[in-house]
Design a protein around this ligand. Sequence first.
Ligand SMILES: [Zn+2]
Length: 253
Amino acid sequence: MKGMAIVPFTLNEYAYCWNNPLVLVDLDGLSPNIPEGLTVFIDPGHGGSDPGATITEKTNFWTGKITRPALNENDVNLEVSLMVRDILEDNGITVYMSRTTDQYVTLKERVRLALEVNPDLFISIHHNSSNTFAHGTKVYYPKVVRHGDSAVISSQLAETVNSFVSKNTGLKNKKIHEGDYYVLNQFLDPTEFDYTSHQLAKYRQKNIFAILTETGYIGGDARFLGNSENLQIIAESIASGILTFFSEQCCEL
Ligand SMILES: [Zn+2]
């Protein structure tokens, strides 16, 4: 995508910041600064027989109007992930994915695929629980671990992505958190795979980053997440966060 990313903004109850400009990066200005050869691995959470969080449709008893759409987390994750992929690829970044259709992939297979690619960034895209009283966006980063000589610190990236999502969508900012997730842990420190630490250090020879996004609740934010234009805003925000991080804050890969 060339030029400033313009996203149609839907005025709804969540969009209280509708009259503010979106916090999206100037992609034309940014692209030259993105390190050459950057690779990103996108992992759309769940899929196939594993729907993730789900919520049923709700209608108004008197009017019959739909007040809440039925949603499956796996569908929302995939739609956002494909949008993020397209934006990153348009900016010259090589993108790999653990799935591009509605299929079941084990957690171990997701990590195995990522390790094979040896990306600079692993991002697992999820949405939060079916709790209808909960709202907001969170991004998780792994504990700081070391493999070989390479320190892995992802909290700054998590902060950039989460603040972009919150500012652009109006979703409540539920901050960044350290997350104890299999895919993050095993990507950074693959104890369940047959790598020696020497092999792994040689294999990577660079800093790598990993985050897991939960950009809204399938329950409490269902009306927002049930709208593709809003999912595009989430995707633009995630991609802008990644591009900003790698172009401005992260100089050594
Ligand atoms: Zn999930």
